[in-house]
Design a binder for this molecule. Structure first.
Ligand SMILES: Nc1ncnc2c1ncn2[C@@H]1O[C@H](COP(=O)(O)OP(=O)(O)O)[C@@H](O)[C@H]1O
Ligand SMILES: N[C@@H](CC(=O)OP(=O)(O)O)C(=O)O
Length: 476
């Protein structure tokens, strides 16, 4: 039976290593096959094509959509071209592959550029509106990143003697889009996985619109659907590190512990904080298809990694992960008219959704609500203006904050709140707000942005390190 394996952008950026560990390594002949790889764009490429995933800094798409900067998008698209060609030069030293790689991506970029210029021209006539076409432009731009990395991967594999095959799901020259499930099923029909190593683009063109339905992180959706549709034995996500008790880059590779087993509930909490163990909607597809999910370190192929299942719960209560995010704004709305009126909250939430501001969490008291949101500062400034227009008596304040969070499949650890507060106080970090829900899977502290790194280290030290878990918290 075959596996379906996803490689994220961060790992794809270290392609030479991935080639030696995952794709080929010690594998020979038949051991190379029965694997379908789904690849993301090289790290940073989608940020440049659309907008920065965390800071919201505009990329080609955002600049194109912004009516005030008519030509600024062209400059950013040329920046994408330069980065993509530089990546090709880094990957391919021989002329044949490099020219083929350059030709392919140059053709796609030129097509996208011409299409966007024509659209801009067309929409200069009042009968045609750009707004109605923007999502299509977003999809087209996104697909460039995954087409680039998948095409290059096949080229590199072929050069190394592997019988690799590209499954290009971007629908580039397709006359009409198909439904998502049909697009995937049709593209894989009739392929003998035991003879061909398939590399599929993490972006899939479809009538529903992958971006409008799932937005960023979409390659996991494609990955999960391919696994379900081809009846994979296991679905594997390869990451830069093992799924660990904290970000190894922040706390230190020597201090963090690998998570051996966890559940989809924990994965959802991580996803809410922007650390996507797995996209929640991709998890659902795998769960329904009864396919086991494993997260592995792309550079340690012999390690079992982390298995994620629906029913796992740690044997005794413990903190499994310290996570968080620092690109968060606390949008505080104070209005004495709010007292007893739930409609206030509903209306502001709707407004934030319209402005594509993601609400990570919120808290309230009698006459104020604070929304902890991520998104661009521009969208937040707009939100403040609209709230003030709608509620003239409201006082609105914006705080630069960070969220640091302790997560576990069973967090009913005795005295956890006291330990957390003591650890932060000892590190001289002031807590702005604190949340622990009754379900006890996650506890969040809101702190000042500049305290973020120190807070993660302090909580890891106080809540995880004393448990002496060894190398792995519950080996898979
Ligand atoms: N608990 C954690 N375990 C492992 N990596 C983490 C954790 N929290 C944050 N990270 C960070 O996630 C980053 C990207 O991970 P990865 O999933 O490989 O990226 P991509 O989305 O490109 O696939 C890593 O560089 C690491 O610093
Ligand atoms: N490249 C896309 C899709 C994706 O899922 O990427 P990654 O696997 O690197 O998170 C993005 O940045 O949204």
């Amino acid at each position: 039976m075959h596996t379906v394996e996803k490689i994220g952008g961060t790992s794809m950026s270290r392609f030479d290593e991935v080639l030696n560990t995952l794709f080929i390594g010690q594998r020979r002949n038949s051991a190379l096959y029965n694997r379908i790889f789904v690849v993301s764009a090289y790290g940073g490429m989608t940020n440049l094509l659309l907008e920065h995933k965390k800071s919201g800094e505009p990329g080609v798409y955002e600049r194109f959509a912004d009516a005030h900067s008519e030509d600024a998008w062209l400059e950013t698209l040329e920046q994408v071209r330069t980065s993509m060609l530089a990546k090709n030069a880094e990957l391919f030293t021989s002329d044949y592959e490099r020219q083929a790689a350059d030709r392919f991506i140059t053709g796609r970029i030129n097509d996208a550029r011409d299409c966007m210029l024509n659209l801009q021209q067309l929409c200069s006539y009042g009968h045609f509106q750009l707004d109605g076409q923007l999502m299509k432009v977003r999809e087209m731009l996104a697909s460039l990143g995954e087409a680039h990395s998948a095409f290059n991967t096949v080229l590199a594999l072929k050069k190394n003697g592997v019988n690799a095959r590209l499954v290009d799901l971007t629908g580039w020259n397709q006359s009409e889009p198909k439904a998502f499930q049909d697009m995937i099923a049709d593209s894989f029909a009739g392929i003998d996985f035991s003879r061909e190593l398939v590399v599929a683009t993490g972006y899939a063109h479809c009538s529903e619109g992958l971006m409008s339905t799932f937005d960023r992180g979409y390659s996991e959706i494609t990955f999960a659907q391919i696994a379900a549709s081809t009846g994979a034995g296991e679905a594997i996500i390869h990451k830069e590190y093992h799924l660990s008790s904290a970000d190894p880059n922040q706390v230190g590779v020597d201090k963090v512990v690998t998570i051996g087993r966890t559940n989809y509930d924990v994965a959802d909490q991580l996803s809410n904080l922007g650390m996507e163990a797995i996209h929640p909607k991709a998890a659902r597809t795998l769960r329904r298809a009864g396919i086991q999910l494993r997260i592995k370190n792309a550079f340690e192929p012999d390690h079992g990694g982390t298995t994620i299942s629906q029913n796992y719960c740690s044997e005794k209560p413990c903190v499994e992960i310290i996570a968080g995010r620092k690109d968060v704004f606390g949008l505080e709305v104070f209005d004495q008219e709010m007292l007893g009126d739930v409609g206030y909250d509903i209306e502001i939430t709707r407004l934030l959704k319209q402005l594509k501001l993601y609400v990570v969490n919120k808290d309230s008291d009698a006459n104020s609500i604070t929304y902890y949101t991520s998104g661009s500062r521009k969208a937040l400034t707009r939100a403040i203006r609209l709230i003030k227009e709608r509620y003239p008596m409201a006082e609105v304040h914006l705080h630069n904050i960070a969220i640091v969070s302790a997560i576990g499949s069973d967090l009913k650890v005795k005295g956890i709140l006291a330990k957390t507060v003591a650890a932060l106080a000892k590190a001289d970090i002031s807590i702005q707000a604190i949340h622990q829900s009754i379900r006890q899977v996650e506890m969040q502290c809101i702190i000042n942005e500049e305290d973020y790194d120190a807070a993660v280290v302090a909580l890891h030290q106080a809540l995880i390190e004393p448990e002496n878990h060894g190398d792995v918290i519950v080996a898979a």
